[in-house]
Design a protein around this ligand. Sequence first.
Ligand SMILES: Cc1cc2nc3c(=O)[nH]c(=O)nc-3n(C[C@H](O)[C@H](O)[C@H](O)COP(=O)(O)OP(=O)(O)OC[C@H]3O[C@@H](n4cnc5c(N)ncnc54)[C@H](O)[C@@H]3O)c2cc1C
Length: 406
Amino acid sequence: MTMDRGTAAPARILVVGASASGLTTVEALRRKGYTGKIQVLGDEPHAPYDRPPLSKQVLSGAWEPERTALRAPGVLADLDAEFLLGDEAVALDARARTVQTASGRELSADAIVIATGARARALPGQEGLRGVHVLRGLDDALALKRELLPGARLVVVGEGVLGSEIAATARALGLVVTLTGPLAAPMALQVGPMVSGLLAELHIERGVRLRLGAGVAALTRRGGRVTGVELTTGVHLPADVVVVAVGAAPATGWLADSGLALENGVVCDSRCRAAEGVFAVGDVARFHHEGLGRAVRLENRTNATEQAVAVAGAILGEDRPYAPVPYFWTDQFDARLQLHGVVTAAPGAAETVEVVEGDVASRRFVARYTSDGVVTGVLGWNMPKQTRARRQEVVAAQAALVVPAR
Ligand SMILES: Cc1cc2nc3c(=O)[nH]c(=O)nc-3n(C[C@H](O)[C@H](O)[C@H](O)COP(=O)(O)OP(=O)(O)OC[C@H]3O[C@@H](n4cnc5c(N)ncnc54)[C@H](O)[C@@H]3O)c2cc1C
């Protein structure tokens, strides 16, 4: 690795992916005093923008799309990084540390940061079918928004965080909304049965039709346009518009011949290092979490920022494990849910949930999740201050569990 003269830093750094985690890596590098050359390659034509508002403020029309920009043009320019936008990385040679792009560029660096995030998963048969959308990027949000007309029938496939949010936003816009998916309640996987039951109540109260506990058999069509969703139970849900929100897959296709280990993301050690001089950050990174004692891939906005700071440090020679307390939030109708930690119980473990602040009836509460007596998460429903204060319980429990392994 070529180093900056007089420092332990690599002379040239290439960041692939120009979004939250890629941009924050660049900012952290500069903040930590890195003065070498930085290039940022991004396949989207847009300057870095934020994704959480897409399913909320952009879809509802509360924000103009420009407001999602993560930094003003002057602030980006001050980073003294070269942004190569609208060009996609198609291959990486991890040993040589070179990246080929779709337009024919070959970019070399002494350290490479993979920040390519995730791509929306699709259903078989949806490609090219008018009226069917996914929501991952700004262009997706604008295309979907154009079809969210009051009174139109929208079916959202996928009862996870994104699908539940889209259902809530569209319902508030006056659409006739049906939410479908294989689980029993919205976000059951992310928040467990008690809270997802409360979310189901909220959605029903606001007029979302829940058709849960069934998979999708087919999208029905006429003349190249979707007409509805047929469920595995035989039920047909008629639709003018369908959103497919069945999760996201890490964007690793371009890394197939890179020599890196790929397994539900780019496999990294606890320093976010995938190979000598190659790091991964954000939604695409599957790293060894020393606090949880296993590999994790976190798809949330806070991780994109926090992990970027850790990766910048690792590139510059800091030797600290990245072991965050996972955190995400979601806004649905007038509910803001915030979750610190994780709620999914380990196989065979008994998970319990108790309300420790506020009360469920007033829809202001904090719930604590424990698994075999160990606190694994705290979830707040419209109680931000108290939720934040309770986070410490997760931090303490996680610290007690530290399992070093590299
Ligand atoms: C609609 C929506 C709402 C969300 N809401 C919330 C929320 O409320 N709370 C929360 O915590 N999290 C939320 N998230 C998740 C959060 O936005 C992500 O965790 C975060 O954006 C991850 O940042 P990232 O930079 O790692 O990846 P991304 O934001 O996915 O950025 C990756 C970038 O790399 C580009 N790229 C991919 N492949 C290539 C390639 N081969 N060459 C060049 N460029 C490439 C992509 O086009 C993209 O621009 C939401 C996500 C979405 C989509």
